[in-house]
Design a protein around this ligand. Structure first.
Ligand code: E4P
Length: 219
């Protein structure tokens, strides 16, 4: 399973990229707003750091306007890795179809059901993003949704890739990997939490302490 970072914070993207564990980036309007910076400028900076798919979301609600926005993003950002993030709705499906016909990659977001994922794939989406955490928040099992989409896409050899999104813990990452998600997009703090294990910390300390004894004996 591939890991993408889910943020518009350039420093976090740089840190994760330096670790060698991520190969793509997802943003959304809320994440961009949190940074308080110009959208295009941020995406351009991200594209200089990561050589992999970078999802940037449109904010229009009508298909034609989504397509115009997508083309404008393509013109200004001018990067082959740009993926246009489209909200799941009838207008979003129409825009996905048009963008697919132009060879433009799309990530259909806000997927909360298998039916939505199937429709997005049929419209030509390159990626679908089921939201695990937000389903958990309302008492459903987000992981079950990812598992069902994986099964359906495999049944019919559907090429659309699944980006498990709204990931809230390292356990979520492991669970979506277990059920066969193609990608998990995760905030930097979760990547950090995946690095840590108390036995690794104490193990490193013990090796250092024992090595210090060896050095003492050599004096
Ligand atoms: C990524 O594509 C999604 O926009 C993001 O994972 C949503 O996460 P949230 O539910 O924590 O806002």
């Amino acid at each position: 399973m591939k890991l993408f970072i889910d943020t518009a914070n350039v420093e976090d993207i740089r840190r994760a990229n330096d670790l060698g564990v991520i190969c793509g980036v997802t943003t959304n309007p809320s994440l961009i707003a949190k940074e308080g910076r110009d959208f295009v400028e941020v995406v351009k900076e991200i594209a200089e750091i990561v050589d992999g798919p970078i999802s940037a979301e449109v904010i229009s609600v009508e298909a034609d306007k989504m397509v115009t926005e997508a083309l404008e993003l393509y013109r200004t950002i001018n990067n082959k890795n740009l993926v246009i993030k489209i909200p799941m709705c009838a207008e979003g499906l129409k825009a996905t179809k048009q963008l697919a016909a132009m060879g433009i990659k799309t990530n259909v977001t806000l997927i909360f059901s298998t039916a939505q994922a199937l429709l997005a794939a049929k419209a030509g989406a390159t990626y679908v993003s089921p939201f695990v955490g937000r389903l958990d928040d309302i008492g459903f099992e987000g992981i079950d949704l990812v598992e069902d989409i994986v099964k359906i896409f495999r049944n019919y050899a559907i090429k659309t890739e699944i980006i498990s999104a709204s990931i809230r813990s390292s356990n979520h990452v492991i669970e979506v990997a277990r059920v066969g998600s193609d990608i998990a997009t995760v905030p930097y703090k979760i990547i950090e939490s995946m690095i840590q294990h108390p036995l690794t910390v104490s193990g490193i300390q013990r090796f250092l302490d024992d090595w210090a004894k060896v050095e003492q004996q050599q004096i």
